[in-house]
Design a protein around this ligand. Structure first.
Ligand code: NAD
Length: 596
């Protein structure tokens, strides 16, 4: 029989504590909610009432249920109020000495059979537990932010936590409607160990002016389907908390430099820019605690028209190539009203591309998204050619041929000879340096990367890659073209992986390393990232879709360019590729797809 938890205590009513109180009270459990001072208590109470009022306003909670929920919470200053609860969850700031002090005090105050739990994200639950005389009743219950919304709970068992305590807490999580994964005590557990290297890297990109905050966030939202971008997430987590988590993970997790907090984070914390809770972090909010972003001095000003930014007018576009990307890009331009010249290596290839574009447009017609007349007009705007000479008078060329530097360089040298002055020359490369192809021409200022995502007609993101020689006019033109295509163009520098791949693949590689270290299973890791962080797919699901060979190649490029030891491809990934387990395309990757 699982233990009955009729009343619980929550210590610290900040970002996490207030949410944890709500989770329990919503599920019929009485809560003693404890803070350090009257002021902090009032702030915690205001967070809880604010959140439940919003739920009522959205029709997600009946007024009577809200009142019942609030009546279950007893707000108190000081730990003495916790003498008769069955379980305490501590959610005070991420400092080991503070947590140890609180646990020693809880041990003294709470009844002997009470379970003492910490919501720590990165500290050692074991080290916290030894501050008590009952380490076998100490456990990690790691909720995710916002606690009432995110489904995942990581249950952290130390070497001394007793099995019945683990089982009781697991049963409690189910009662709260949460999905739990039980793991051992390692820095960052599953989700944060995979998340924080990525967040820190994104802050590094921002700090080095590699891309703007809006563009970094838009790239990860639109390119990976994440619920929010990394900088917005840092603001939600709180920069002070994020700093402590990174710092602890760095020290506990083998001094991986990727966890050494980027200096900007410390500067922002010192300056009081803590994120949403203080009203300003990477973004500025309506007021402290508000999720509503308001414009500030970094908000890009929308100009009257793109031409005002110096963008050139583009009417006619050449697309070179006949593969998946070229085909999608031809469709995107033709549908958006551009006159398109498609150049392939022969009539046969052109016929194939024509069929693919037609089939795809027909799907739009069947789904009622495109009229037959618009389909015919789009197809009518495409001219099919097998010679580059037909690109003499286009305003923009988009190259999407094979991913080989020598081939691309030769092509750009030819385009340089053929195309009129003022043309913008774009490459869709996803891994080669854009500057290499730019320098194959006599006009590197006119060369830019336009990194579309697959499938191009559907994915809303394009990375606009500017080299150190790209002119502001060329970048403005590329951005204006993206907007005219109905896509979001994010501008970034010419580094391996641009924004999305540079942030995504090291995270996937880290997940493989975690699996390889037998810390958790592929299923639990996938669950943790989906239910704890709102990812649309878990890392192993995504790796099997992308292809393990493709992922390994990207990871190798990142490693070679940045020489970051933490980017070294996971040996398990290399072995799976060698064994021919490439993912869905071969029927087997991390999972066996033939049996599903
Ligand atoms: N922020 C997140 O996204 C997140 C997610 C999961 C877990 N966590 C973990 O949750 C814990 C709390 O983090 P947070 O972001 O909610 O911090 P926070 O700074 O928002 O809140 C901490 C609260 O603890 C209170 N407090 C400080 N000392 C206290 C004491 N002696 N007694 C009672 N209350 C005290 C503070 O007044 C404050 O309200 C940390 O261990 C953190 O790692 C945070």
């Amino acid at each position: 029989m699982a233990r009955e938890f009729t009343s619980v205590g929550v210590v610290g009513l900040g970002t996490m504590g207030a949410g944890i109180v709500e989770v329990f009270a919503r599920n019929g459990v009485d809560v003693v909610a404890v803070e350090i001072s009257e002021t902090a208590l009032q702030r915690g109470r205001a967070t809880l009432t604010g959140s439940t009022d919003r739920a009522v306003a959205k029709g997600k909670l009946a007024e009577a249920d809200r009142d019942a929920l609030l009546s279950r919470v007893d707000f108190q200053v000081g730990l003495d109020a916790l003498h008769s609860v069955d379980l305490v969850i501590e959610a005070v700031p991420e400092h080991l000495d503070l947590k140890q002090r609180i646990f020693a005090e809880l041990d003294r105050v709470c009844k002997p059979e009470a379970i003492l739990a910490t919501n720590t994200s990165s500290l050692s639950v074991t080290e916290i537990s030894v501050a008590t005389t009952r380490p076998n009743q100490v456990i990690g219950i790691h909720f995710f932010n916002p606690a009432p919304v995110m489904k995942l709970v990581e249950v952290v068992r130390t070497v001394v936590t007793s099995a019945d305590v683990v089982a009781d807490v697991e049963a409690l999580c189910k009662r709260l409607g949460k999905v739990d994964v039980t793991i051992s005590d390692r820095a960052g557990f599953i989700a944060n160990a995979l998340l924080f290297g990525y967040l820190n890297h994104a802050v590094g990109m921002f700090e080095s002016h590699y891309a703007s905050r809006e563009d970094i966030d838009a790239a990860m939202k639109l390119g990976c389907g994440l619920p929010m971008g990394p900088l917005a997430l840092m603001d939600l987590i709180g920069l002070d908390t994020a700093y402590e988590i990174l710092d602890t993970m760095y020290r506990r997790g083998g001094r991986d430099r990727r966890h050494a907090p980027v200096p900007l984070i410390k500067q922002m914390v010192t300056a009081g820019l803590l994120g949403r809770k203080s009203g300003r972090g990477f973004y500025t909010y309506e007021r402290p605690g508000s999720p509503v972003v308001v414009p500030d001095e970094q908000t890009p000003v929308a100009t009257e028209s793109a031409l005002a930014d110096g963008a050139r007018g583009i009417m006619k576009v050449g697309v070179v190539g006949s593969g998946t990307m070229a085909t999608g890009i031809i469709e995107v331009f033709a549908k958006a009203g551009y006159e398109v010249v498609s150049v392939t290596r022969g009539a046969e290839k052109s016929a194939k591309v024509f069929e693919s574009v037609k089939t795809s447009l027909n799907k739009g017609v069947v789904r009622g998204k495109l009229s037959e007349a618009d389909r015919d007009a789009a197809l009518g705007r495409i001219n099919w050619s097998a010679t580059l000479e037909h690109l003499a008078d286009v305003d923009l060329v988009v190259e999407a041929v094979v991913e080989e530097l020598s081939v691309k360089k030769a092509l750009f040298a030819s385009l340089d000879e053929i195309c009129k002055p003022g043309v913008v020359l774009a490459t869709t490369t996803s891994s080669l340096p854009v500057i290499d192809v730019a320098m194959a021409t006599q006009r590197p200022a006119d060369v830019v990367g336009l990194h579309f995502f697959n499938p191009a007609p559907i994915m809303p993101l394009v990375e606009v890659v500017q080299t150190i020689r790209t002119s502001a006019e060329t970048t403005a033109t590329a951005k204006a073209v993206c907007a005219a295509l109905g896509k979001t163009g994010v501008v970034c520098g010419d580094r391996s992986g641009f924004i999305v791949n540079a942030l995504l693949f090291p995270y996937l590689n880290d997940a493989v390393k975690m699996l390889e270290a037998s810390y958790s299973t592929a299923d639990d890791i996938d669950h943790a990232m989906k239910l704890g962080c709102g990812y649309p797919m878990g890392p192993f699901e995504l790796l099997d879709v992308v292809g393990l060979d493709v992922s390994l190649a990207i990871q190798r490029e990142l490693y070679l360019e940045l020489r970051e030891p933490g980017f070294a491809p996971a040996p398990l990934l290399e072995h799976l590729v060698t064994a021919g387990y490439l993912g869905r395309k071969t029927g087997r990757g991390f999972r066996d797809h033939t049996r599903r």
